[in-house]
Write a protein that binds this ligand. Sequence first.
Ligand code: ATP
Ligand code: MG
Length: 553
Amino acid sequence: MTTLETSPSNFIRNIIDEDLRTGKHKSIQTRFPPEPNGYLHIGHAKSICLNFGIAEDYPNALCNLRFDDTNPLKEDADYVAAIEKDVLWLGFQWAGDVRYSSDYFEQLYNYAVELIENDKAYVCELNAEQTREYRGTLTSPGKDSPFRNRPISESLDLFARMRAGEFAEGSLMLRAKIDMASPNMKMRDPVIYRIRFAHHHQTGDKWCIYPMYDFTHCISDAIEGITHSLCTLEFEDHRPLYDWVLANISIACKPRQIEFSRLNLQYTLTSKRKLNALVTEKIVSGWDDPRMPTISGMRRRGYPAASLREFSKRIGVTKQENTVEFASLEACVRENLESNAPRAMAVIDPVKVIITNYDENQSEQLIAPAHPKDESMGTRTLPFSAQLYIDREDFKESANKHYKRLVLGKEVRLRNAYVIKAENVVKDDAGNITEIHCTYDPETLGKNPSDGRKVKGVIHWVDATSNHAAEFRIYERLFLVANPGAAEDVHEVLNPKSLVIKQGFVEIGLAQAEAEKAYQFEREGYFCADSKESTADHLVFNRTVALRDSWAG
Ligand code: ATP
Ligand code: MG
């Protein structure tokens, strides 16, 4: 596998290099700041790899994990736990304890008071509709709130009483006093505190006023000594506000916000809000449904963490908006699994084979390598007897010479076993084949059998007397269109075949298959045992990825 050993450089790393060279910073501090309002998705993986990757590569650099938890209505402690698990699984460790913006609520409150004292913020009593009206539009300036120039002492008093719970939600808010005529709408006296009588997953009922994102994020960064605050491009026009807040309070640290383009992936939604809708509408089984582009979904599907890190390296970090082909993510998964996934055999659409010249009271234990190119993975045992299963697709009563599988009257090699010849078939009343009767040649066993036969086809099989029944979940893309985010109604672009369930058999050793660890089922694809629903009595295997890209071209 051709992996990039170290992360490639990018414009953000160039800025960091320069800041270290000029002595602006002695060491680098980044952070990953998810809002705990959903599970992390592949887009977050890009941001995680960027922020934690910088911390790994630069001397003494650190990366914090900070939950940006200023909106208690949408957030939940379950999301906090899921996000921590995902970051660790990706192979990263945050510096020190997990942090929360809510840890800083008291400091944030004090900085807000400082702004009021310096005539940089005021308590406004306009309602939502009036506020919108006063804000103006992209082409026309806003106008000043009638409360803008109220005495400082009045705002201080009202703000303290907002905190004390004296006012109803929506009746008062604290706004920064910047410029109602600014061409940047974000600078038109943005709201920095609002009243919310909501229970918070970290602070409980301590607060009934909550700071807004733009006020909270920059101060949290500064409190933590973040040097480079990396975020996606939609925050570009928030940057003047980020800088304004830090310039107008008495805090020494001035982190630099740098924006990069989001990851957009074909056939995939990368918005927690839209993914949440798939979950609540039960279009998928949960946030970790293996079809979901969430980190937990991909883990459950069998994607190795290393393949997601490799993908993040390959897509790079730029300011250009672009959409990455889904095939390039799957290519990273395949490349990893090609060398790391042990081989095994599974028959997904079984039909029975009877070996008529094999003693029906006998069986034997064949030995096969766990991986043909990696002896260190050892070997596995394959029972072989007079009854086997092969895949229905691997047999035809007659076929032309391009069909290199089992045909009546012709020979084929069973992978890791013998050459067999199809002699006749048994059918049910409806004409469906129920048994294929074959003979086998005992001289044809071994890796390079000296049988001198020119048998081109090799098919996989499972012994019928000792195996495990298994359910196979064959996943395809969840959406039929490359850009489902643009669809007016996602229901109309759902792929009805995104999950197809089949019942078959796996070789005997797979009862112990570790969940989420992919095997290559010979000729079928990569599969892993499902972490939630596979049990010893009912094995369930998820298809991680097909052997090759059937969507290409
Ligand atoms: P969503 O739009 O899915 O809700 P978000 O940006 O609101 O995502 P946050 O929890 O606020 O989600 O994001 C945490 C970090 O991950 C932010 O720095 C954000 O910029 C980054 N991030 C989110 N989505 C992507 C993406 N598609 N590509 C790269 N980075 C992303
Ligand atoms: Mg967000």
